[in-house]
Design a protein around this ligand. Sequence first.
Ligand SMILES: NC(=O)c1ccc[n+]([C@@H]2O[C@H](COP(=O)([O-])OP(=O)(O)OC[C@H]3O[C@@H](n4cnc5c(N)ncnc54)[C@H](OP(=O)(O)O)[C@@H]3O)[C@@H](O)[C@H]2O)c1
Length: 295
Amino acid sequence: MEENAGSTAIAFIGAGRLATGLALAMHAAGAPVQAVASRSPASARALAERIPGCIACSPKQAVENAGLVFLSVPDDAIAGVAGSLAWTPGQAVVHCSGATEISALADAAGAGAATGGFHPLQTFTDPVVALSNLPGCSVAIEAAEPLFSRLTALTEAIGCRPFALPPGARARYHATGSYAAQFVNALLLEASAVWESFGMDRAAAVRALLPLLKGTVAAIEHGGLVHGLAGPVSRGDAGTVRRQLEGIATLGADHLALFRELTRLTLPLAIERGTLTPSQVASLRALLDTRTQQP
Ligand SMILES: NC(=O)c1ccc[n+]([C@@H]2O[C@H](COP(=O)([O-])OP(=O)(O)OC[C@H]3O[C@@H](n4cnc5c(N)ncnc54)[C@H](OP(=O)(O)O)[C@@H]3O)[C@@H](O)[C@H]2O)c1
């Protein structure tokens, strides 16, 4: 299939937080970001003005002038925007949503364009912060060749790590980000509630626990999940775990259930570490067995 004249040019449709970070990073890496369109011309202009040689234009013109188009619009707008534009064979269009299947681009595929997904596993808010967070972060790529190789090369050019996401896994994959992002906020909120029970406020709790969180992240980076594990479960200190369960139980059944479940999820890592004796494992299992309900 013949590629069209604009095959190397890159365009973004949707000039929001992700597009701003990505387009600036791609331009800095020497990729030809040549057109930006958005719902409001002002957003498109604001981004295009930051990239020498890049024009702000309509979505229609962006598609006409680029071989690779990033649809960086909100997830729910992807299918509608893709369906409203005239695609040609030889072009490629990717969306940047983690949880949206590639079938949202079915209209573009039907017109002969190559379609795919390009999802950086990172948060984009302020562009300066986004650019400094980008190096080393992973990008989930879902596409057939030759688009897959082009997206892989672009990912590496901006200092990120590409990986192939198989079809049908996007919602599950995207949900896992919560464990490394907002669930951490939720866990610190729970910890703050415990601190409030002994007279300390949330700010004090977060201030005190953040260095521990950072130390944990560094330990995992260094030793992985198993060898980066510390705490009483990793040592087989069943007595300490029992006292912790008793302490948390004074706050109520919901607090106890959460703490017990998270402790239970920690145990396989401690076992995998290989330093617990069978009797330590048995003691911990007995404490964490919800059928006995004895903290
Ligand atoms: N932000 C992140 O942390 C992040 C991370 C990974 C993936 N993503 C994905 O990236 C995509 C964009 O997210 P975002 O956070 O950058 O959103 P955002 O900041 O809200 O930006 C969305 C942009 O799309 C424009 N837009 C909305 N509807 C449009 C339409 N019908 N036609 C053309 N442009 C339209 C908006 O319009 P205006 O012209 O009015 O500004 C805005 O500039 C989403 O699929 C999201 O899942 C985001």
